[in-house]
Write a protein that binds this ligand. Sequence first.
Ligand code: PGA
Length: 248
Amino acid sequence: MKTLIANFKMNMTPTQTKDYLITFLSRVDSEKLDLTLCLPYTSLFIGDFWCADKNIRLGAQNLSDEEEGRNTGEISGAMLKDSGVDYVIVGHSERRKRFKEDGKSINRKIKIGLKNGLGLILCVGESLAERNTLKTYEVLKEQIESALKGLYENELERIIIAYEPVWAVGSGKTPSPKEIEEAVKEIKKVVCDDFSLGASESIRIVYGGSVDSKNIKQLNSCKNINGFLIGQACLDPNEFLKICSLVR
Ligand code: PGA
């Protein structure tokens, strides 16, 4: 079963989310997909209500790297869990760049997420300059190792790695299936070296970056990915429904 994760980013008010979900849920065949909707914090209660009896997981887009306390404006892992959240995105390139999130902070977020019973979607990926100077493997290795430092192998069951080349996110450009397969092999090599061959075989890896209904069939030909993380294209329910129907 393919995994599809929708990242709504900073889009949709609670009212718009409700309207979206009414359209989307009436037509999606959620039994045939492993679907997670990563909504803005303010829409989580809407998602929790409308997706409750559906085979759809609720996701958030970030969590604090502190457990609780004096962190005005932050949202904790415990708050997300109690809001019905199953999965949280960490290490998205937009947050690494804009909010200077580093490996140490991402590692703390993952540990706090796990402690609170959440699953994590860890985004990793190289910039164009890094790709052009053949540093892709080095970057993926550093991002994965710093994020997963100190984790037990059995905790990887609750981690999904999203390979999201920075240059593909929101750009309309995508790597070729061969390039994605190559990067996924590199990600698995890091997991194999740091954990075990078994862990590298079972870790779930999705691709993200400018996925839409036009390129999904080609991208879906990648043999070693478990699914996709989708941004812009999920904002239109009809476009997202099309992707859902093509990916199975
Ligand atoms: P995009 O975003 O599909 O709009 O490129 C993907 C993401 O940021 O996760």
